[in-house]
Design a protein around this ligand. Structure first.
Ligand SMILES: [Zn+2]
Length: 189
């Protein structure tokens, strides 16, 4: 038996920025996600920390390959894919919580989360999940007019540096940097 022949694809990340690992048409064998320095998987047996990927390898691929191997060995089971869009999911369940469910509710985390939410509001981003820390992928929806992009972003990249606002290049396909600068007060100082 060879596990390398089992093809998989990654679905859209959910509101916690976890990627479903899909085999066949729509069978999910688990979720791959990054939590701060480590990549993790969640499968039918629970959560497992895999650590960092080897140099040159993507964390998603390392995590997905781990799930494929477990599945091929009969150690985990698959479920049918339900959510296909984190944005739809987030809208279906209401506004995102202040903190990511994995973040302990310490005064420091709560203060950091409030600051990040305020900063994102100023730059017209809508969080689709709770604050996961500054250096962790966070699922955000772009708030530019006529733009329906959403995807993972890092607060550490969006908060600007040395009193300067962040890059006006938000993501490929957005409305254009001049229009972005015109819409956000922080660029007009
Ligand atoms: Zn955009």
């Amino acid at each position: 038996m060879s596990s390398t022949t089992l093809a998989y694809r990654l679905g859209e990340p959910d509101a916690e920025c976890r990627y479903p690992v899909i085999i066949g048409e729509d069978m999910v064998i688990g979720f791959a996600f990054r939590w701060h320095r480590n990549w993790m998987v969640q499968d039918s047996t629970g959560e497992h920390t895999l650590g960092r990927p080897p140099k040159g390898e993507k964390g998603e691929d390392m995590a997905a390959a781990n799930l494929v191997k477990q599945y091929a060995a009969g150690l985990i089971t698959a479920t049918r894919l339900v959510a296909t869009s984190a944005e739809k999911e987030a809208r279906a369940y209401g506004p995102a919580p202040l903190l990511h469910p994995r973040m302990p509710e310490t005064p420091r985390n709560l203060a950091g989360a409030r600051k990040a939410w305020a900063g994102l509001a100023e730059h017209l981003w809508t969080p689709l999940g709770g604050f996961p820390g500054a250096d962790n992928p966070w699922l955000l929806a772009c708030g530019m007019p006529e733009c329906d992009w959403f995807g993972p972003r890092y607060w550490s990249h969006l908060r600007g540096r040395n009193g300067q606002p962040p890059s006006a290049h938000r993501h490929p396909g957005c409305i254009g940097e001049d229009k972005v600068r015109a819409l956000i007060a922080a660029y007009q100082k």
